[in-house]
Design a binder for this molecule. Sequence first.
Ligand code: 5GP
Length: 242
Amino acid sequence: MVKKTTLLYTGKAKQVFATEDPDVLWMAYTNQATALNGEKKAQIDHKGELNRAISTLLFKELSAAGIPTHYIDSPDATTMIVKKATMLPLEVVVRNYASGHFVTKFNVKPMMKLDPPIHEYYYKSDELGDPFMNEAQIFALHEATPEQLREVRSLTDRINAYLTKRFNEVGITLVDFKLEYGTLKDGTLVLADELSPDNFRLVDQQTGASLDKDVFRQNRGPLTPVYQEVLNRLQEKGAAHV
Ligand code: 5GP
């Protein structure tokens, strides 16, 4: 197994370490939860483990479905070993139903179906508050090439189709989510970052309850049982059903 060496980066919910292999990174999922661009912070028991477990399950399934990802292995409860990638400084947000900032911005009814689904891009910068970017702005600032963005769009559509169906199978609506991509040494574009209820809005189809970080953002109760419920449902009904 690879060994971690120096700490490279401390993010809001993960720490990233170098390893003895220059092409491999060590990601430690932490228990920290943040909201409002880091203004609201808390330590939540078991959050790191739950997000690592949900991410692992979904990265494995997406890889098996032919999506190139950075995932290599999950050697313990909070660790994920990944391929080193140069990240595109973009947050790719997909919206299947109106929620969050989309509702505020356009004053539409929450959970209005958005057909076709919307892709939005945000420039990853805590300092600037992750501003919205259109494609022309991305190209003018050389953050991605037109070819890379074409690939991002196509992979994002495939990921959305897979995840929408996967969550639907376990009684959950995938409302919206955020993805991040990077390129490997050989130029291959891969899905990176994490795939967890920190980045997804999920709604229980029976009760209408939120099964994601909105519970923390809006002080609606403890987060751990909510994330555990998402993991349990995904584990109970495997990918073979999709
Ligand atoms: P909204 O733009 O409505 O706040 O978020 C849309 C979706 O993208 C939500 O599922 C939200 O969790 C995710 N998202 C947007 N920005 C961020 C971010 O900076 N960090 C995380 N973890 N998720 C984000």
